[in-house]
Structures are given as C-alpha cells and as structure tokens.
Design a protein around this ligand. Sequence first.
Ligand SMILES: O=C(O)CCC(=O)C(=O)O
Length: 260
Amino acid sequence: MQNLKITYSLEKHGFCFLPKVFTDKDSALCLESLWEIIKGKYQTGQKPENRFWEIGDDPNSIIKIDKPHLCNQTVWNFITNKTFGQFLGKTTQSKQVQVWHTQLVWKPRSKGFSGNAGWHRDAQYWPFWSEKGLYTAWIALSNVTNNSGPVRYVSKSHVWELVNGMDFFTRDLISQEETLLKTHKKYNVVEAILERGQVGVHSSLTYHSSKANKDNEPRVGLVVHFSTEKAERVKIKGENKNYLDSLQDPWVSPIIYEQE
Ligand SMILES: O=C(O)CCC(=O)C(=O)O
C-alpha cells in the first residue's frame, strides 16, 4: 500500500485523496459486476436509474450509468463498505453519511474527444439540495495515471460563484477553459492520480472534468454522491420534486456511517 495519508484538504482545496480504502479483491469483484451491468445483466432484477450508453453505441465513448448499485448486490455491498463510510465521516467531519446517488463512469481508450467529461460542479444538477453538506467520492477501480484521463479538480473552486456554460456532457474542454479564464485569470488544476481502491472526495461545488484515456485499459470510476446531516432538502416544482423521497429507502439510499 503506497499512499497511507489523506492528501489535500476538502475544506481548503475543495477536494482530497484518501488512502487505499478497498482491497484489490473487492475492487476486482466490483469491476466484474459493473461490466455485467454494462452488458445489460441486472443480477437483482432491477434496472439502473438511467443509461447514457447502450450496447452497440461507440465503444470508445464514455459509458455513464446512473445508480448501478440497484442492479447488483456486489456493487451495493461495495458502496456500503464500513471503512469507506468511516473515512467519509472523518474527512467531512460529519455525524452521518448517506449515499443518495451513484454513477459508473467507465472510460475506454478514447478517440478524439470521445472520452472528455466537461468542466462542471455537481451541485448544478441538484436543485433539490442545498449547497451545504453534499460531497462526491470517486472510487478508482483501475489504476489511474496521468495518461488514462484522470478526474481533474480546480483547486479552491468550491468557493467560486457559479460559472455559466459548464456541463459534464460538453466534450469541448478548450472552449470551456476559455470561459473559465474569463472569470478567473489564474487557477490551479490538480489531477487525481489514484491507485486502484483509492478514493478522491470533492465538494459538490468543486469544478472538475477529465480528458482522453490514452491507455489501452479502461479507466473506471465508481462515483458515490453522499449527503451529511448538514445537507437540507429544497422544495422544487416539476418532475424532480419527489426525487429525494428515496432517502427513506435504505436500499436506494443507504446510511453508511453514523457516529456512535
Ligand atoms: O469520471 C469522470 O471522468 C468524471 C466524474 C465526475 O464528473 C464526478 O465524479 O462527478
């Protein structure tokens, strides 16, 4: 085990890196189960919430699948790992950690811009949540190098005002970066170079993106969005007004840490 300490600070930089939380065996089992989900095999009989890639789509494109933990017991067990929950409680200085959403982001070797994930902050997609007490854990299920399209964070951007024009689905990172430079003349980008089983944690307000995977092996991240006791629901109208009712369902939204 190489990295034993927590590096960077969630409070100061808006992100941090945890040591290796998951064993190689558990990571490998989870990876196998996620591959089954990609192929459309749902062991629990339950479909994911959303698929942004279907069998037959571009094999070099990013594969994003929402709430894969519903489809497979091994994936569910993985994201509810006790040590993982304790680490998230510790880094966010919280009494409770509840997972309310997950995403698989599987990035095969890219062609052109096919592997780019645009600059965005997660909170922009969550009108039903307040901005406090919301974080994302990015679990590396492959060894992530600077060649494999790591997630990159804009250091200290969790205290920025919202920048318009940012979106995960934008592949044109260059024009997004021109927009970022118009609002902030200088900013520092840090890549999440992670060993398999290590975890990056970022605030819901931290800008992040990722570029092409130039390795032959896929770069795989299991993204876990979680709330703490400081998060508050916001009343909204429209199709997502009841989205967070699933917080009452421990299968969809498991509590993975509670201070004793
Ligand atoms: O895995 C990636 O490249 C992007 C992940 C992401 O946007 C996230 O963790 O919120």
